[in-house]
Design a protein around this ligand. Structure first.
Ligand code: HEC
Length: 186
């Protein structure tokens, strides 16, 4: 399939590694975004209340595509039932937040990794990408990542820094990768 091959090409170009929360762009624009207002660090906006959402995984998933970390996935009330039903359309107003964790020496959740956010917007927001908004927010990057990123990061649509998100997600049904079955809370 066409989409699959684009996705594979992106992965082979190393885009999957960028999902680690890294990205060459980040290092050159520490916190400042290099004139890109949507890459300037600040408090989380869309999804800021994610801790009140429903966690849809029972055990942390191995989210290889997000930097080989462990992930917990939270969905707000607007999208909860639709998220769990693969035949349902995702309603506008849905917000999904993934809290990632760096693995500790035992392979368990250790330091907090980035938050990965997707929000379904109304038609016209970005029709080419099913009107999904993407963001990555990392308040306290680990030492290794802080050196690479230049400090905390907040990349969000329409910044080009999140193009690699839809570069991968566009290839999935409903643009959702879905919590792996073995980790699902439903
Ligand atoms: C190389 C492919 C790939 C890239 C790049 C990628 N993701 Fe994902 N994403 C996935 C997969 C696969 C899942 C489901 C499995 C999991 O939990 O890791 C997922 C899950 C998610 C989820 C939970 C909702 C869902 O899809 O089930 C969010 C939110 C998310 N990603 C946001 C992002 C953001 C934001 C970016 C960019 C900063 C990004 N992703 C980059 C593959 C990717």
């Amino acid at each position: 399939m066409m989409r699959k091959s684009i996705q594979m090409a992106l992965i082979s170009l190393g885009f999957a590694a960028v999902a680690c929360g890294g990205g060459k762009g980040g290092a050159t624009t520490p916190g400042g975004g290099g004139g890109d207002q949507n890459a300037v660090y600040g408090p989380l906006e869309v999804g800021a209340d994610w801790e009140s959402y429903t966690k849809v995984n029972s055990t942390p998933s191995n989210c290889t595509d997000h930097g080989g970390r462990l992930c917990d996935t939270y969905v707000n009330d607007v999208g909860l039932e639709a998220y769990k039903n693969e035949d349902a359309d995702i309603p506008s107003g849905t917000i999904i937040v993934k809290q990632s964790w760096e693995k500790d020496a035992q392979g368990n959740p250790g330091a907090r990794g980035p938050l990965f956010i997707m929000a379904k917007k109304d038609a016209g927001f970005d029709d080419a990408h099913a009107n999904w908004y993407y963001a990555m927010h990392w308040e306290n990057p680990t030492e290794k990542w802080a050196a690479r990123l230049g400090g905390p990061v907040y990349w969000r649509s329409p910044s080009a820094k999140v193009n690699y998100c839809w570069g991968c997600h566009d290839g999935y049904d409903r643009a959702l990768g879905m919590v792996p079955e073995e980790n699902r809370a439903w």
